[in-house]
Design a protein. Structure first.
Length: 180
């Protein structure tokens, strides 16, 4: 069975974007690119909520060409939304029906990892349902004070088990967890 991996960047105080939706505090260097490239090479489907999809679809088709851009543009993408009418980014398809049903179907298919990038609401929803096999929090060395929290809508305590840590020279720490 395929794994669902959520990979999200966060500030040390737990925000995935600043109070004005800014993302300029993310540390993106060669080591981070190596992490991203490895993760994308191990995946064959990306999952998005509508908001993150719109941001990604606006950036990646015109991004400077490299291995990450090639993967982001070529991998199949499933977009969960009841508000979007269509998706136009290469290899994207829109799903407006049951998220758990669609993710269960994807997990049963043969293939590589299924990765959720950003999409904090979707990620929290899947985590709460027990459908996330690995949760990667990429902690950036910054305190924002306020912004949009990484975890929203969690209604009950979810115990996690640390699988791995990776400390980058930049001070970024990649923490990988699974349900305990």
């Amino acid at each position: 069975m395929r794994k669902v991996i959520v990979s999200n960047l966060a500030s040390l105080d737990g925000f995935f974007e600043g109070p004005k939706k800014e993302l300029d505090w993310h540390v993106v260097d060669d080591e981070f690119h190596a992490y991203a490239k490895d993760m994308l090479c191990r995946a064959d489907v990306l999952l998005f909520g509508a908001t993150t999809y719109k941001v990604m679809a606006a950036y990646w088709p015109n991004a400077p060409s490299d291995e990450i851009a090639e993967k982001m543009n070529s991998l199949p993408k499933v977009v969960f939304s009841k508000t979007l009418q269509k998706v136009t980014w290469n290899n994207s398809r829109l799903v407006s029906t049951s998220i758990p049903e669609e993710v269960s179907k994807l997990k049963q298919q043969p293939g590589k990892d299924i990765v959720v990038l950003g999409s904090a609401k979707l990620a929290s929803f899947l985590l709460q349902l027990g459908m996330v096999d690995e949760y990667r929090v990429i902690v950036n060395p910054v305190l924002l004070g306020k912004g949009r929290p990484l975890f929203t809508g969690i209604r009950e305590r979810i115990r996690l088990k640390l699988l791995a840590t990776k400390v980058l020279v930049s001070g970024v720490v990649i923490l990988s967890y699974q349900r305990a």
